[in-house]
Design a protein. Sequence first.
Lengths: 126, 687
Amino acid sequence: MEESSGIDLNFDSKYRDLRDKIAEKYFGGVKGSARDACLFALSLGIRFNRRAPKKSWTKEKPLSWSDTNRLKSEIADFEVLFDYMDIDDGGMNTKSRMDEFVTGGLRFIEENDLVEDGSLVEIALD
Amino acid sequence: MDSLIVTKVKLHNWQGYHGTSEFNFHGTTDKTSAFIYADNTVGKTAFWEAFQFALYGVVERRGMPNTFRPMIKEDSGDHPLLNTDEFGKVGAKFFVEVHFSHDGSNYRLYRGMKPRFENTPVKLPNHLLPDVNLENRSEMGANRHISNEDRWIKENILPNRLSKFFLFDGERLEEYEDLMTKDEDIDLRNDIDNIIRTPILSEGVSTFKKSESRFRVKQGKAQAAIEQNKKRVKEFEKLSKHLKEAEASLKKLRAEKKDLQKKVDEIEQWLRDNDKTKEAAIRLDGIKSQIENAKKAEKGFRADIIREMKGAWKIIISPMVNQSKQMLSKEEKAQKKHIMQMARIEENIKHLGHEMEGEPCTSCKRPRKSPTSERKKEIETEMSKLHSDFDKHKENSRYPTHEQFHMRNMALNSLNSNESELTVLFEKETALMDEKKKLKKAEKDKERQLEHISEEKNQLVRAKLTEQKSIKVKLEQHSIDEGAVLMSIDGYREELKEFTDSSKKDSKESAKIKKLRKSTEISEALKQVFDSSLKEFREKMREKVEKRATNTFLRISNNRDNYKGLKITDKYAVSIINKKGKRDAGSQAQSLVMAYSIIEALSSCSGFEFPMVIDTPGRGLAKSNVSSVYDFFIDSDRQVIFLPNDLELDPEEGDRRYGKKVAATYELVKIDDDRTEVVPREVGNLR
């Protein structure tokens, strides 16, 4: 298993506030809550296949929320999952896929207004 | 009418006369007059006053009209009628007895005071009782006693109003003179009226005058009643106006009261709705508790959500993970199949190699012969095919090692979740939302309750309470005013009712006035008739008095040669007229003679025949005039009792000059203990 010093996992910096709000609202704003918020956004991106292509991001420097090694060692390894998923992206690496899925998930949250006035029930998993 | 002649006077314990003293005046024919000589303070006036008492029951104090001498006193200085020696004695009494002849009959007038109690010392006025008796001694039986003495005396002997012309006090001559010489002497006119013994005229005038006056008064009263009623009508209208105003005021008051009550009710309702400070405080406690609980619950749910959210991402991707795991499982099975096939192929290749070499069978160990070439060719073909199949299997085997599968499986397991739904999370979130709503509601309630107990609210409540109190005070005042107005209305109505009743009396009053007016007119007419007759009669009497007085004056006056006589003017002033027919001022002495003359004329013309009793007859007169007076009266046919002091007539001279002409002369002297004693002097003419 790889140790840290992996590659940074990023998301579009325009969702910084949203990420912080999610971290506060659903994860208590404690240490690690920002990462959990991004993980939550990643899961939504994967589930609803929401990817925000990097080219659609703002020009500002993306924000890092973890790195590949840390995530793999502390949380999970998404690479195998991506292997089995029917992803047609021309063989994009796992890191890039994760960046696009996290940003896509944040956009989904924004679009469905899950933070300000909405609730998690809005997440229709069926 | 025959002359009234006093024949005897008896005094008992009368003033200075202690015991019984007697004066006899019953002389021989034509001799009825008398002289009673005495120094001053010896008893002349007491004798003179005895007539007043006998006739009228009282003795007027000298110079003090309508003030009377006391009946009883211990001190003689008080001039009591009862002799002071009798003061304090049991059975003390006094009397005056006058015997007189009149109209052919003999009378006895007895008047005195007798003791009220038999055994009580007489010291006080109420210890004495009046004792009066008038009898006609010429009559017998029931006719002897004359009842109603005072009236009889007034009508038949001498009325009190004329007594001053008969019971004459020389001490008062100047007063008479003064009265008569005034320019307009109403008193003299009245005196003349008094001596005119025509009661039908004088009293008639008086009666009708009184009647007229009475009718006028009644008429005036009735008129006044009507005038009063006119005022009352005005008052009625005023009252009606007041009543209307009061009723309007009452209506207004009641309307205002209703409005005020409405305002009070509104404020009451407002206070019920708004003055909830206490309730709000209690509710607030509950709400705070609710808020606390809601916050705790919210905190709990939020913690639950955070906890649930930790694994939520796994649940979200669980379908993908499960699918991946299934694919991995398939791959593993396929891999296992390839490996088995490959192992079988390798075994077969091994068997075929042994056969190629002619080695014994590895399974059954049976020796074999070297394969034929044909067989060898077959074995080679078969082995080539097996190698090809082996390669195929190897090629299709993705993860040829078990470790690789394990690693992949581990990777997927790290993404795996036992839960497939976010139900718990949703439930927690729903619960959280509910708690939030509760909290929000509780917070709103709290704010609302805090409003009730806010200072602003309290100020508003206090302002409303003050306003309510002020309105209630007004309301109370209105109630008081209403009561007062109601009372006023009742009063006005009551008064108006009285007005209605009294208005009925008006018609009666009008009829009464008509009647009274008629009566007044009749009375006035009768009074005028009587007054006119009286005036005519008075004029005749004035002339008669003037003539008689002139005659007397010219007889008495020592200056008669210079005078023509006396004149009583239209205005009843008396003047001395000289020979030239002019008014003469005359001397004071002549004026006093004039007064004597008038008095004598008045008494003579009065028609009464009572004797003249003249006390101190020479007072203020010149001696020659006094002698003329004595001469005149003694020579007249009237009974005269003179009471001269020693300066006015010396007893010796008196007896010498008149002793034979009169019925008797007496002298009063003082004896022991200041008592008056009667000393008869010339009594030869007495019967």
